[in-house]
Design a protein around this ligand. Sequence first.
Ligand code: SAJ
Length: 402
Amino acid sequence: MVRISVLGMGYMGLPTALFLARAGNKVTGIDVNEKRVEELKQGGLPFNEPGLHELFAEAKNNISFSTQIPESDSFIIAVPTPVNDFKPDYSFVKAATKSIALVAKPGNLIVLESTVGPRACEEIVLPLLPKGVRFAYCSERAIPGSTLKEMANNDRVIGALDKESFEAAKSIYSGFVKGKILRASLLEAELAKLVENASRDNQIAFANELARCCDELGANARRVIELANHHPRVSILSPGIGVGGHCIPVDPWYLIQGVKDAPVMRTARESNDAMPYHAISLVKELVKGIESPVIAVLGLTYKENVDDDRSSPAREFAKACEAEGWKVHCHDPLLKESSFEEAAKGAHCLCFLVAHDEFKNVQLTKLASLVKSKNVFDARGMLDRAAWEAAGFKVKVLGDGK
Ligand code: SAJ
């Protein structure tokens, strides 16, 4: 039985630890947060993902949880790497690496999964590790909402220090990864991860820009995108109120800050960050003339059907509403933040920001009697416009050109 310590019991570290345990390794899930460790020891999950409960049940005989790192054959670091003031913050990675260095022996494998900037493995992590260890960088690519499926099925890039490090890391990951395992240098693997997310950020910025263009020109952006996507080499994404989560708004900065010149990526980042304020300007039109408007902000997570509101543009939108002097009622079915009815009651404008499945079955007749003015803003083109208009609502969809 290979003994593996996974540091960081978050959205990626916990599922990884459970997959490794289910594959037959003896796994210790480590976290500095004692409360989280206690919760996991009791069998509780700190967040939800499809299939996570089942995986936990299947893995539980091979996993234990602790705040202390035991002697292990391999160590995986899956701690946050936030960006503060647009600069990478490696404090968690450094702390985790130093704590591993206290127990690691020559021949042990250390894998860094946390996203880092170009050459951080070589310049920041490796110098903190003892001589003679094996080292690989293997960031995850799974998408929240489908984490377990993607963790098992996506191809995986392993940036390795040397051949022995690659083989050691490959033998661990091949225990649960069904996709291809690709060998790369440390720098190539660092860049591949950053480029994946920067590319998506750019694509979303393009879709958001089209929404703004179409609002100016009087065309429906979603229809234009649908038509353009019939071209065999065009695949435009969907506009929304911006890009949130713990990865896409953060990762491009690692790249932008690591080089002299990256104007396209920088502009995409800034443009996506500006979307909540663009959305506010559209809502302003809806509530024009209303004294002290009450705004219902519906959907607070960073995207649909996840319970994660880190760096959520919907939260930014809510803050910006308050800064306008408007009264704000917030609700999210997945964060259990107030009820839909409470948020809608007395509102002059309902703002649907995140396309949660729960919002598809809103009862319009009941709602019409709760609100004060029948205005609705739809940031994701998720509502049945005809039904809302038939119920007497004035509807503005981001990018509908109306
Ligand atoms: N969004 C749009 N329009 C779209 C798609 C997304 O506005 O057409 C918005 C979402 O609402 C959300 C943000 O973009 O606010 C990001 O959502 P996402 O679903 O694109 O991605 P994440 O952040 O959940 O996960 C990404 C994924 N990266 C790529 O697809 C390249 C995932 O595979 C990575 O593993 C993850 O980042 C990560 O951990 O790095």
